[in-house]
Design a protein around this ligand. Structure first.
Ligand SMILES: C[S@@+](CC[C@H](N)C(=O)[O-])C[C@H]1O[C@@H](n2cnc3c(N)ncnc32)[C@H](O)[C@@H]1O
Length: 469
């Protein structure tokens, strides 16, 4: 579960029922509820939405009943993406955010949760099913969100990303979608039968909610195609996926469209595992805490993007000494713009934004801006061939340049000095070298090779340093 998910430690059904009395009718002798009972499930979702988000939602009996903890996981991941992406692009995380929800369903759960959590968010949602479209509009009005959530009726031949194509001028921060997972009704039946102990919860979904021609991978594949026409008009395109095999299919589709800036996460709730894939045409690179599944098992590992956060363990006497050496080393590289970020915590972009580890406040982070490779051996060789009069502008600059790179900035990378977990730290203390971590975070750029080469150049230099006690 997402670290900010308030349901990490489970739900106290008894306490919830004290605040939402109709739930009491569904409590068993252990103060739990029967997830195979449709009515109990609907009442639980309505109770959570009301008690924890002040949302009045009516769920029709013939449509999907969304489990809130799982839907919240996805909204929190979107929050991370939006926060990091906006910060890296403009350093402005407070301005208005516009999202799209494809297939919002009768509950309109994603736009409602998003607007309840974030005052600056607005949504355009789409829905193909006339019945669900009507219920969604009622739920939005019941919560007085008509000015912030607009629902459009999709047709069978509409583009999947319909809201992007209705207004060619409109721009968005993100798209989200929980697509119909299955390719046919038989596929739904097989999947239920394949579950060893039967499904954990009853599924109340109508066929249109669960089945789409070709299944979810084809649905999201079409989204990838459409996104490569709309490109920068949306910062991040994302979709949830219900099958692990679909993650691989969608990642392959992204690669076939030469989209290398993609991210993959996993949502685990009880025995249910879901995945989500996101991609962007921007040069903004999100930290691993947002872009990759933490502690992945081998089956998902092959679908993950390469690391945007690389930690090099280094011996050092103190963070301050290491920081001084690092500054000297960076200053000797020509054409590198170096920024010291005293507000280190502001500059950290962890998914767990409310509970960041705070080992880092004693030395500032460093952010470097490079227009090209000036550190590698071949780059230095090239530089030596440059006529002398051009060398006057070759001094590195330590400046107060804002985080926004200029148009020709090819690489933005932050370097953070951190304590490594205690098992790696020399416990004898004193002046003996301990091990610290140099954490390189790729912030912006199109060429991964540039980031990799910069990290390995600096790591090599730092590892060559000698600290004599
Ligand atoms: C799995 S349900 C998700 C509903 C809701 N978002 C949720 O998470 O509970 C998929 C929804 O997508 C809708 N849908 C299917 N194809 C669509 C399309 N091409 N455009 C818009 N909505 C579509 C279905 O009617 C259904 O409401």
């Amino acid at each position: 579960m997402h670290p900010r998910n308030v349901y990490l430690k489970g739900i106290d059904f008894l306490q919830l029922s004290n605040n939402y009395p109709s739930l009491k009718n569904h409590l068993d002798t252990h103060n739990s509820i029967d997830f195979k009972n449709q009515e109990a499930q609907r009442c639980l979702t309505e109770a959570i939405l009301y008690c924890d988000f002040r949302l009045n939602v009516k769920l029709p009996s013939d449509r999907l009943c969304p489990p809130v903890p799982n839907r919240l996981n996805y909204v929190l991941w979107i929050q991370d993406i939006v926060h990091c992406s906006r910060y890296l692009e403009t350093q402005d995380v407070k301005s208005d955010i516009a999202g799209i929800d494809i297939g919002t369903g009768a509950s309109a759960i994603y736009p409602l949760l998003g607007c309840a959590l974030e005052k600056s968010w607005t949504f355009v949602a789409s829905e193909i099913d006339r019945g669900s479209f009507g219920y969604a509009c009622e739920n939005i009005s019941a919560n007085h969100f008509d000015s912030r959530i607009h629902v459009v009726q999709a047709k069978a031949n509409s583009p999947i990303l319909l809201p992007l194509f209705l207004d060619a001028e409109a721009t968005f921060d993100f798209t989200m979608c929980n697509p119909p997972f299955y390719s046919s009704v038989e596929d739904v039946v097989h999947s239920a039968e394949a579950k060893q102990f039967g499904p954990n919860a009853v599924c109340t979904g109508a066929e249109v909610e669960m089945v789409t021609p070709g299944g979810e991978a084809v649905f999201v594949g079409k989204m990838v195609e459409e996104s490569s026409r709309a490109r920068h008009r949306c910062r991040w395109y994302t979709s949830m996926l219900g099958k692990l095999s679909s993650v691989e299919d969608v990642v392959n589709t992204l690669k076939s469209h030469s989209i290398d800036n993609y991210i993959v996460t996993e949502f685990v709730q009880g025995q249910t595992r879901r995945w989500a894939v996101g991609w962007s045409f921007l040069d903004v690179r999100l930290p691993d805490s947002v872009s990759r599944v933490p502690n992945p098992n081998p089956s998902i590992s092959k679908c993950l993007p390469a690391h945007n956060t690389i930690t090099q363990s280094v011996p050092a006497i103190s963070k301050t000494l290491l920081a001084e050496n690092l500054h000297q080393m960076l200053s000797s590289i020509s054409h590198l713009n170096i920024q010291s970020r005293t507000a280190a915590r502001e500059n950290r972009l962890d998914a767990d934004m409310t509970a960041m580890d705070v080992d880092d406040s004693d030395v500032p982070d460093i952010v470097i801006f490079a227009q090209e490779d000036t550190w590698s051996r071949s780059a230095r060789r090239r530089r030596n061939q440059v006529p002398l009069d051009a060398s006057s502008s070759m001094n590195p600059s330590v400046s107060s340049t804002p985080l926004l790179p200029s148009l020709d900035t090819a690489l933005v990378c932050s370097i953070h000095i951190k304590d490594l977990p205690s098992r790696d730290v020399n416990s004898l203390g004193g002046n003996r070298p301990t091990r610290l971590g140099l954490e390189f975070c790729w912030r912006r750029g199109r060429e991964r090779t540039l980031f990799d080469s910069f990290c390995s150049h600096i790591s090599r230099k730092v590892l060559a340093l000698r600290y004599d006690a």
